[in-house]
Design a protein around this ligand. Sequence first.
Ligand SMILES: NC(=O)c1ccc[n+]([C@@H]2O[C@H](COP(=O)([O-])OP(=O)(O)OC[C@H]3O[C@@H](n4cnc5c(N)ncnc54)[C@H](OP(=O)(O)O)[C@@H]3O)[C@@H](O)[C@H]2O)c1
Length: 246
Amino acid sequence: MNLAGNTVLITGGGSGIGWAMAERFLKAGSDVIICGRRVEKLQEAQQQYPHLRTHACDLADEADRVALFEWVKREVPQLNVLVNNAGIQRRMHLANDEHAQDWSGHRQEIATNFDAPIHLATLFIPLLREQPNAAIINVSSGLAFAPAAFAPVYSATKAALHSFTLSLRHQLAQTGIQVIEIVPPAVNTDLGGAGLHTWGAPLNDFADSIMQRVAAGELEVGYGTSETRRNASRQELDEFFNQMNK
Ligand SMILES: NC(=O)c1ccc[n+]([C@@H]2O[C@H](COP(=O)([O-])OP(=O)(O)OC[C@H]3O[C@@H](n4cnc5c(N)ncnc54)[C@H](OP(=O)(O)O)[C@@H]3O)[C@@H](O)[C@H]2O)c1
């Protein structure tokens, strides 16, 4: 896809991977809208790029997702790219951890990582199919292919999002809406809490690479270990799982 001349909505665009993608779309000459829960993050971003649009919302909340769609339809009906990037990661041991009993926490993780991309895709498809060069970009994870046992619900939501993305791409093939999947490996962001991913790939290197490949027309884009994993055999994935979860 051409990175210039789009109107792009990036969920969770106020930090991390979403913000890195936002900056690259902006610098390429696209209009960008970012959304997230923390108003101060959205305001900080807008100070750097005054023409950036922002919308505060909690995507775990169904009514907020509908309100976001209605706002976009009213304010930026020319939107042609939806980036489902927002996500949370909760680490827990299912047998030994009090988090495991926290069903509302599980629900929030599932709603943010999986309900929201499905709901937003279905809300936005009618709007997007009116636009030339339309795309839906889903941000999954290398953990979609081999789960990290320390983040069991998170890994399952990402596997589900990968599966959904394949079906979505197939079903939208005749509509003109491209469906792209970004498959990050561990990247140095605040995912799961500050300091948990400092060992991950440098954010700018990762973002430069994936955006170049999206611009070149690739539809499923990994980086480093996630690139290896998305191409791995079942046996290689089992070996990777055993090594990662020692
Ligand atoms: N970093 C990694 O190692 C890694 C690896 C694989 C996949 N990913 C995926 O990459 C995506 C971006 O994560 P990141 O690494 O950039 O972490 P991040 O900096 O924590 O970004 C997550 C973003 O999602 C937003 N968000 C979370 N819950 C939300 C909700 N209920 N409603 C609206 N926005 C919400 C957050 O904003 P607010 O808190 O302000 O709402 C934040 O801007 C996620 O889908 C993540 O699963 C990351």
